[in-house]
Design a protein around this ligand. Structure first.
Ligand SMILES: O=C(O)CCC(=O)C(=O)O
Ligand SMILES: [Fe+2]
Length: 319
């Protein structure tokens, strides 16, 4: 079986696949840091280093019940694998509206000649509460809606805590970054990557950075997430109890480039389907985002510019 031509990546964006197993790094390849949040004395230093060098890292002992991480993965899998296509399509998002909620497969597809991602997804609008309408979410598995709502609330608390610690790691007041971001716009996207007959030709999700402030990602034990570090794609080993933190573009702007937003992508594999759950925390649309250090290396931007239009690695830099 061959993949349809619209999924075939040009040579320069294809992933390197080892001959036997695609999902591992060279033994001496660096791996993203793992930060133990219960280690109060040293976390700010560790976070500072991770945010400067990687823009992404695992956290453990994060306080979110492990049971909830598992429930979220199970709920996602139940929708993609337990529902008929008709049931899925009854939740279709509006293909013409860029930030629309629901089931789809063509997020961020700018034009007809864009290469497609080997991915299905379900996007949930979860915060502020005025955007949250669980009746638009799947109901085929009994506790799906409760799990997503509980997960959303836990991720918000975690985002506040992390942005506080990240602010402190720059010797800023704990509330500094959160005050610039304002009330979180939170979306939860469950991605489902079916097995792909020709993984060496495709990507599950093309390279990008996230456009909000901070993203939390959990994945199953199949793995496929890769992070760009010093020009190399590094495979992120799945850790089922951990949460993977990805700094997004607004945090790079607010920290004036001291901390970086991580470029990442998802690769495909031939044998297993894969689930990931990304929870995005974005500023409200009308928020003005600006660096908190001088001289600013970035223009002040209305975060509106980041909504609906995904600029290619969307930062406007002024060096
Ligand atoms: O599936 C993954 O590992 C990556 C998902 C992601 O980067 C996104 O949804 O923005
Ligand atoms: Fe992403």
């Amino acid at each position: 079986m061959v993949v349809p031509p619209q999924y075939v990546q040009p040579l320069e964006t294809r992933a390197q696949h080892n001959s036997n197993i695609s999902s591992s790094n060279d033994c001496d390849a660096p791996t993203p840091p793992v930060i133990d949040l219960s280690n109060a004395d040293i976390i700010r230093d560790q976070l500072g280093l991770a945010c400067r060098e990687w823009g992404a890292f695992h956290i453990i002992n994060h306080g979110v019940p492990i049971r909830l991480l598992d429930d979220m993965r199970t709920a996602g899998r139940s929708f993609f694998e337990g529902c008929s296509m008709d049931q899925k399509l009854s939740y279709s998002c509006d293909a013409n509206s860029p930030a629309s909620e629901g089931y789809g497969s063509r997020m961020l597809v700018a034009s007809n000649d864009t290469v497609l991602d080997w991915r299905d997804y379900f996007d949930h609008h979860t915060l502020p509460l005025s955007r949250r309408n669980p009746s638009r979410w799947p109901h085929f598995s009994p506790n799906y809606r409760e799990v997503v709502a509980e997960y959303s609330d836990e991720m918000k608390v975690l985002a506040q805590r992390l942005l506080g610690l990240i602010s402190e790691s720059l010797s800023l007041p704990s509330s500094c970054i959160e005050e610039v971001v304002g009330e979180f716009y939170q979306n939860i996207t469950i991605s489902y990557y079916p097995p792909c007959p020709q993984p060496e030709l495709t990507l599950g999700l093309q390279a990008h950075s996230d456009m909000g402030a901070i993203t939390f990602l959990i994945q199953d034990d199949v793995g496929g997430l890769e992070i760009l570090k010093d020009g190399e794609w590094i495979f992120v080993n799945p850790q089922s109890d951990a949460i993977f933190v990805i700094l997004a573009d607004q945090t790079e702007i607010i920290t004036n480039g001291k901390y970086i937003s991580a470029q990442h992508r998802a690769i495909t594999n031939a044998t297993n389907s894969r689930i990931s759950v990304a929870t995005f925390h974005d500023p409200a649309k009308t928020r003005k985002i600006h660096p908190v250090f001088k001289p600013p290396k970035y223009h002040e931007l209305l975060s509106l510019f980041f909504w609906g239009i995904k600029l290619d690695h969307g930062l406007v830099r002024e060096y």
